[in-house]
Design a protein around this ligand. Structure first.
Ligand SMILES: Cc1cc2nc3c(=O)[nH]c(=O)nc-3n(C[C@H](O)[C@H](O)[C@H](O)COP(=O)(O)O)c2cc1C
Length: 183
């Protein structure tokens, strides 16, 4: 049966290198029969976590803040696979993606944990000018350990600064293969 896959795209550039990876991944996943929904975070109204620890995971809107996270929470509850997609910004995920990740914490609060476990899996797509992905990869690994999600793999496309730099590069086919490999 096809999996329900959601992609959190943290690039602010709709036609950028991260989005090119997302597009190829999506093509591969759809070819394999999966359903893919992308959230382009840069166009969404998502505020930073307030650290109030007042979330209620079982509520339809688990966070005290009301913003576009209310589109992501229901998708998160029902997904099998979450894909994190981001440009490398100062050796880490973009602020757009980090902000959304922090807000997912509301799904872990008070009424049971609706984020951790649940037989979910995760994959990572990133683009960067250089190749300094180590810290971002370490963060991703810690995150998955915490969430107890299976790691499906990653595509890290270095050597891409400007929009379009990734065109024709092998990482695009790797992203397609990663999407298609999901079983
Ligand atoms: C704020 C900012 C920080 C960046 N930091 C890094 C970095 O630490 N290492 C790196 O190799 N590239 C860095 N870059 C370059 C981007 O990762 C690169 O342009 C990437 O292709 C952007 O992806 P996009 O096309 O999806 O937006 C940075 C770019 C910006 C705008």
């Amino acid at each position: 049966m096809g999996k329900n896959i959601i992609i959190l795209n943290g690039s602010p550039r709709r036609n950028g290198n991260t989005s090119a990876l997302v597009e190829k991944f999506t093509q591969g996943a759809r070819k394999a029969g999966h359903t893919v929904s992308e959230f382009f975070l840069g166009d969404m109204n998502i505020h930073g976590c307030k650290g109030c620890l007042s979330g209620h995971s079982s509520r339809p809107c688990p966070c005290v803040q009301k913003d576009d996270m209310d589109r992501i929470y229901p998708a998160m509850r029902t997904c099998d696979v979450m894909v994190l997609a981001s440009p490398l910004y100062y050796w880490n995920f973009s602020g757009q993606l980090r902000t959304a990740m922090d807000r997912l914490f509301a799904l872990e609060e008070h009424d049971g944990n609706f984020l951790r476990g649940h037989n979910r899996a995760c994959a990572l797509l990133m683009a960067a000018e250089g190749h300094g992905f180590e810290d971002a990869l370490t963060y991703y690994q810690h995150l998955l350990e915490h969430l107890r999600w299976t790691d499906l793999g990653h595509v890290l496309a270095g050597g891409n600064m400007d929009v379009g730099d990734i065109t024709g590069k092998p990482e695009l086919e790797q992203a397609y293969a990663l999407g298609q490999s999901i079983a």
